[in-house]
Design a protein around this ligand. Sequence first.
Ligand SMILES: Cc1cc2nc3c(=O)[nH]c(=O)nc-3n(C[C@H](O)[C@H](O)[C@H](O)COP(=O)(O)OP(=O)(O)OC[C@H]3O[C@@H](n4cnc5c(N)ncnc54)[C@H](O)[C@@H]3O)c2cc1C
Length: 310
Amino acid sequence: MRAAAPQQSPEWRVNPRPERSVRGADLTTLGIGGEIKNLLRPRCEEELVSMLRGLNPGEGPFCVIGGGSNVLMTDDAFDAPLVLTTAMNGVEVERRGSGTVLVRCGAGVRLADLFAMTLEEGWGGLEFASGIPGTVGGAVMGNAGTLHGETGQAVRSVRMIGAGGAVRDFSGGGIEWGYRSCGLADEFYGVVSEVTFSFRELEKEAVLEKARRSADSRRNQPRGRMTAGCVFRNPPGGSAGRLLELAGCKGLSSGGAAVSEVHANFIENPGGATARDFARLALICRDRVLELFGVRLQFEIRTLGISLGD
Ligand SMILES: Cc1cc2nc3c(=O)[nH]c(=O)nc-3n(C[C@H](O)[C@H](O)[C@H](O)COP(=O)(O)OP(=O)(O)OC[C@H]3O[C@@H](n4cnc5c(N)ncnc54)[C@H](O)[C@@H]3O)c2cc1C
């Protein structure tokens, strides 16, 4: 990895300290979230292993957050240890013969930075990723993608670290990639610490053109607003956004949260919204679609410390 952990005293390296009293709102793109009481911010795999080994079983299971761009976090204090991966951001490139490039990324590498790198270099495989915020770890866990492609198609391998610092490696081909899902969480409870992507060396212009086409098809999403991406998954063969729009959800509000006027599958925090406002509004929208179309939408957004009643 290009970015190794900075040199610190041996004690610090072996037992990096948790951070206390961080605001969850500062870690999520929605700008919602209460006090986090036990934040673990490893800068490399070694630190992550050491931190997970150091957890006291009495503290309960740990949780994970990357870019916080697909999560709704509780307004209340969050007591469970929370691993934040954004400082695990090393990148290492290996050119193989026959036009294949392997890129090994720490889980906290921003997908947008990796996307930009592939455009600069003319590597094919991530052209769909324009405008998707978050980290590569989050992109793997949710198989982030668009109509033009998904993360899983470019993944060669994934490393995870679990309770007590246990290490598990998965080959990309062996993972059960699905629509906004991957089977990893069912197999192993842990933190994605590293993702290796396999890209193809192509003509730069061809890669750019494909990326432009993909970006063009996403112009109907709200920009510059505090959201957590799509609230609901598309039902089989349909569009959640379309159903929500037909059900009259655009512009609905609850407390400080409001359904986007631009895209009905986005709920915005114009400032001052709480997780409860968001949850209440999301459930109103879901009920409207159920009543009108008989379709029970499933949540795409993930939660930390709050239930959406599913
Ligand atoms: C404006 C906007 C547009 C978006 N457009 C798209 C889109 O087109 N397509 C799309 O798929 N998504 C989209 N999203 C949603 C979001 O960006 C993606 O789901 C993204 O991949 C989430 O990554 P993250 O690092 O922010 O994950 P987080 O939001 O931090 O976490 C999401 C889930 O993954 C888990 N997780 C995160 N990192 C790890 C890790 N290292 N190990 C284990 N578990 C982990 C968390 O526990 C949580 O359950 C959009 C979001 C916004 C705000």
